[in-house]
Design a protein around this ligand. Sequence first.
Ligand code: GUN
Ligand code: FE
Length: 458
Amino acid sequence: KRTTPASGLPIAFHGTVIHSKALDDLEILDNCFLLVANNGRIQSIQADVEPSQINSLLLANGYAPDVFPVKRLKRGQFLCPGFVDTHNHAPQYAQRGMGRGIDLLEWLNKVTFAHESKFEDPEYARRMYTSCVTGFLQQGITTASYYGSHHGQATRILADVCFEKGQRALVGKCNMNRNAPDWYRDASVSDSLRETRDFIHHVQQLDPDRCLVKPILTPRFAISCEPELLEGIGGIAREHPDLPIQTHFNEASQEIAFTKQLFPEFKTEADLYERYGLLNDRSILAHCIFLQEEEITRIQELRCGVAHCPISNTTMQDFMIAPIREYLRRGIKVGLGTDSGGGYSSSILDAMKHAFIVSVARQTVTKGEDPALSLSEGFFLATMGGAQVCGLDDRIGNFMVGKEFDALEIHSIDLDRPGVMSPVEDYDSTQVIFEKFLMTGDDRNIVKVYVGGRSVKP
Ligand code: GUN
Ligand code: FE
């Protein structure tokens, strides 16, 4: 079952390389030499290199010329970091976009739980998760933070599939023991916690050295967890200070009202999750739409990350806009999530475009106080911001030397090779070609996908 993620040989490129160094610092490197060592990590990156200088650069890095090919990227082709999906429900893969016009809790009860319950069958789980992980890799998602179903076995299969297919992933067995039908929930608090511990153990055994796949604590949200279950999950979080945590946070008014009814002792959701030990610098909080001022301050102090999911926020029942500019202003970590299947799309390019749309709406309603996201900020959220939210920014997110090579090779199109992406014209700058890809490109332009130096595009 084990595979070696990195290929035996180094890989080298010469051409355009684009990555984010910071939110407002997009770096476009033309004629760049990029070398990936055979451990899958970036060994060297240098811009403005002439073809005649490549051999001496190889030698300087300890490689004789001609031992392995240097891939030459032509005009219109470039490398960028892989996309990070900070919020994804793997068992909703077959129901993306289904159930329009009903509110969140009704959508869970009428559409979602029935779909997720099918993952009780391990054969179904393996088939569906193989399709899901393959589909997301196809879209250039090199890292995903997945909610599994509540089933321990199916979620172990999800982790196995990510590992086998070579996708970097955080995978969580979904904890839920109430406010769901008896045919789709954890039978008891102790069952839920035992399955969670078994799951963590399984994933840690899977890949102890490289940590391609990591477990993540996944209480669905407070509505579906009894206080004792939240308490228990908080206990596991304390025992394992390396484990990330994910949940849904201030997503919808109806959800917030019901949470308040179930937990009248807490003033806010931030109070609630903090009390159970679930709010810290490892937390990935999905949505973050309706936070009170004191909650924003608290998640800032605690260094929680925000998974911004503008597709599901605007296409389910309501049109909801998270105050992303405010989070960024305060230095809160923000990444993008497809929220597949509440979100209809499995593409981070789509999530980024929706993020632009809602940020323009927010700019309008705040009369310019919250300026819309720029192109480079959107790209940052899709890559480096997501890496920060997932606690992986020391390993991935951009092309700093020493990081793992999680990357996409993009081929734009020209008039002779029509497609959806706007054709590149002779006079287009690299910046314009990049913008054309982000705004009109799709997976047909993502010709290769690398995770840790391994080529994984299906
Ligand atoms: N809140 C609790 N579960 C879910 C879910 O599956 N999707 C979304 N969007 N919100 C949730
Ligand atoms: Fe969700």
